[in-house]
Structures are given as structure tokens and as C-alpha cells.
Write a protein that binds this ligand. Structure first.
Ligand SMILES: [Zn+2]
Length: 125
């Protein structure tokens, strides 16, 4: 069973993320790579996860992709989902002090920059 790019993006727009779980070793990874990154098996099951996790690290981008100049500066964060899978995505923060490490964030969609994240209430707007 495999997940198309369109399905993957549609789930992101619902605030969810599709993962593959390896039938051989149970490794979880984003459903964008068709072989298990740990053991190379191609026997993968689709798993849907709520797109929520914690900020591992982030950087502030001052030079956005073409067409997204109006958003700059903004944050580009690495987030560890509650399942332990890491994702990275855009988050609307203007300065390093706006988003403490370990803040709770969730996926709210997908656009030309990639996955769009939002901080849970309290840590950012
Ligand atoms: Zn595996």
C-alpha cells in the first residue's frame, strides 16, 4: 500500500500526518519514502497520526522562496511528532524568543514552502 503525494498533502491540510510503519521492524517514518529507512523492507503499513509534537530546534528565515516574500521573516522548525518521527515545517515566528524549545506545535496545512505548523496557545501567535 502506498500513499500519493496528493493524499499526503490532503492529510496535512486536515492537521494529520501519514506515516509508514515497517511490517518487519515496526520503524515509523513519513509516508513519503517507499522503503524502510531502518531495514530497507518495502512491506509498509499506512498509519495516520495527529500532527502534533514538540519543537526540537528552529531557525528564522529571512530569505523565503519566491512568492512568499510577504511572510518573511518566519521560522523553519524541526518538530518531533508524538510518535517520535521528525518533520520540518514553516511556523509564523519573527524572532528566536517567540518560540521556546520544546513548545507544543501542530500541523495546520501545507503550502509552497512545505508543511505549515502552528504553536499551541500560549507560546506564540
Ligand atoms: Zn524496517
Amino acid at each position: 500500500m502506498s500513499v500519493s503525494r496528493e493524499e499526503f498533502i490532503a492529510k496535512l491540510n486536515e492537521g494529520k500526518v501519514l506515516l509508514y510503519r515497517c511490517r518487519r521492524c515496526s520503524n515509523l517514518q513519513l509516508a513519503t519514502i517507499v522503503f524502510c529507512r531502518r531495514c530497507n523492507s518495502d512491506a509498509l503499513d499506512v498509519v495516520e497520526e495527529k500532527g502534533e509534537g514538540r519543537v526540537v530546534t528552529f531557525t528564522i528565515l529571512y530569505v523565503p522562496p519566491e512568492g512568499y516574500e510577504g511572510y518573511a521573516p518566519y521560522g523553519w522548525a524541526v518538530v518531533r511528532l508524538d510518535s517520535g518521527v521528525n518533520i520540518s515545517g514553516f511556523i509564523d515566528v519573527k524572532s528566536a524568543k517567540d518560540l521556546p524549545l520544546d513548545s507544543r506545535v501542530r500541523i495546520v496545512g501545507y503550502d509552497g514552502r512545505g508543511i505549515v505548523l502552528k504553536a499551541e496557545d500560549g507560546s506564540s501567535k
